[in-house]
Design a protein around this ligand. Structure first.
Ligand SMILES: [Zn+2]
Length: 452
């Protein structure tokens, strides 16, 4: 039996990037977009081209570099914005113009100072213009959940008639409750002429901690696209977290019988890369990607876990790509082990870059004996940034990440290993022995001993 497929629309680079402390330069955005491509998302919203030259350049570069997913550019509902978005998307293999216009009375009166009639006309006109340029057009009635439902239906019907192919229903201020949000999606499906021709999308903010629950409620009522971000970053309390959406649908497939294209074993790497680029650490108890998400400290839990992981584990760390750091990297670790750990932390390197990282790694390992993931991420950051400042491809946004005062996230396993001493290196006369209490590490273990 075929399960309905949910389109995963990632807006880490647009909505996520708008949040305080999460700005990224062009080069960083391209790196993250490549990582999102490997993760398997269907749509990457790469930026808001009219917002700044940096955003424009980022969308343009991502469109040229990342060829599999749809690349979306955001635009307000006016000709200038739509034209600028289209210009940035010129090189895209699969471009999408995403037009938005607020529809709630409070936004119309106080922000836009237009009437409902003017709003309707403007939405219709902007979508028709976008459609004249690009076959794939998404429309978002901003603040949809606080919009009069009758008027919302009118706007949605008008933009579908004007050529929109996806209609996104944002809970812009994170105000909705799950049943309420689901009901809104159901109402649109029941009342709007032509709705069956388009994809309905969710876009939920987390002000009341309900972004994921609301998105899933939307899916249950017929939404087939979910907008979300890595680590749930985004305006204020953030967006629905991509990793939580994906794993909720995977672990509870009995309740949510849907497919999506995300390769969940790349989730942790994507989360780590974002934390490293923005220097905003993942909250330790964050579901799926926090360092404690798979840590079991209470004695009774540890006892149960050792007898059978199913006692307390609803999914394995491996299923989301959390590396098993019981094997700590030290100076006897080989290049292959180092490359593998970099990969697990979200980084792939050319040989030359890896050589440089390896060189610095050996120096560090000589000094501190056990190199934790946090150290490695610092080191990677230095090398990558060093290369960026030597090259000519530095962003024109002027945006830079904050100075390295924030502490980097330490993945849970590294912390656990450091505490428990599960993996130790006893080196003597060029020989290292590794004590590993579990048996599934042969490949890494061999490399650890001999290097390449
Ligand atoms: Zn948003």
């Amino acid at each position: 039996m075929d399960r309905p497929r949910i389109t995963i629309f990632d807006t880490t680079l647009r909505d996520g990037e708008q949040s305080p402390g999460c700005s990224m330069n062009v080069q960083e955005k391209v790196r993250l977009a490549q990582r999102l491509d490997r993760l398997g998302v269907d749509v990457i919203e790469a930026g808001f081209p009219i917002a700044s030259d940096g955003d424009f350049e980022a969308v343009q570069r991502i469109a040229a570099t990342v060829r599999r997913p749809i690349i979306a550019g955001l635009a307000r509902a006016c000709k200038g914005d739509v034209d600028r978005a289209w210009q940035a998307l010129q090189g895209a293999a699969h471009p999408r113009i995403h037009v938005f216009l607020a529809t709630s009375d409070i936004h119309l009166q106080y922000k836009l100072r237009i009437t409902r009639e003017q709003c309707l006309g403007q939405a219709r006109e902007a979508v028709a213009h976008a459609k004249s340029l690009c076959a794939d057009v998404e429309f978002s009635p901003e603040d949809a959940t606080r919009t009069d439902v009758g008027f919302l239906c009118q706007v949605v019907e008008a933009v579908i008639a004007a050529g929109a192919t996806t209609v996104n229903i944002p809970d812009t201020v994170g105000y909705s409750m799950p049943e309420e949000y689901g009901q809104l999606i159901r109402t649109l499906r029941e009342k709007v002429t032509g709705i069956e021709k388009v994809t309905i999308s969710t876009h939920c903010h987390n002000d009341l901690g309900l972004a994921v629950a609301n998105s899933l409620a939307g899916v249950q009522q017929g939404a087939r696209q979910v907008e979300c971000t890595i680590n749930g970053i985004g305006e204020r309390a953030g967006n629905a977290s991509l990793e939580e959406i994906v794993m909720a649908m995977r672990v509870r497939v009995d309740r949510y019988p849907y497919e999506n294209g995300v390769a969940s074993e790349h989730l942790f790497a994507a989360s780590q890369m974002l934390a490293e680029i923005t220097r905003v650490p993942v909250q330790p108890n964050k579901a799926i990607t926090g360092r404690n998400a798979f840590a079991h400290e209470a004695g009774i839990h540890q006892d149960g876990m050792l007898k059978n992981p199913l006692t307390y584990e609803i999914m394995t760390p491996q299923s989301v790509g959390v590396p098993d750091s019981r094997l700590v990297l030290g100076k006897h670790s080989g290049r292959h082990a180092l490359a593998l750990r970099c990969e697990q932390l979200g980084h792939q390197f050319e040989r030359r870059e890896l050589d440089e990282i390896y060189r610095r790694f050996v120096v560090l390992a000589d000094r501190i004996k056990k190199v934790q993931d946090g150290h490695l991420l610092e080191l990677i950051h230095d090398v990558v940034e060093g290369n960026a400042s030597n090259g000519s491809s530095v962003s024109s946004t002027g945006k830079k990440f904050p100075p390295a005062t924030a502490s980097l996230p330490l993945p849970r396993a590294a912390a656990a290993a450091a505490n428990s001493g599960d993996a130790q290196v006893a080196g003597s006369a060029g020989q290292a022995t590794v004590k590993i209490p579990f048996s599934d590490h042969h490949v890494e273990q061999e490399d650890y001993l001999w290097g390449v």
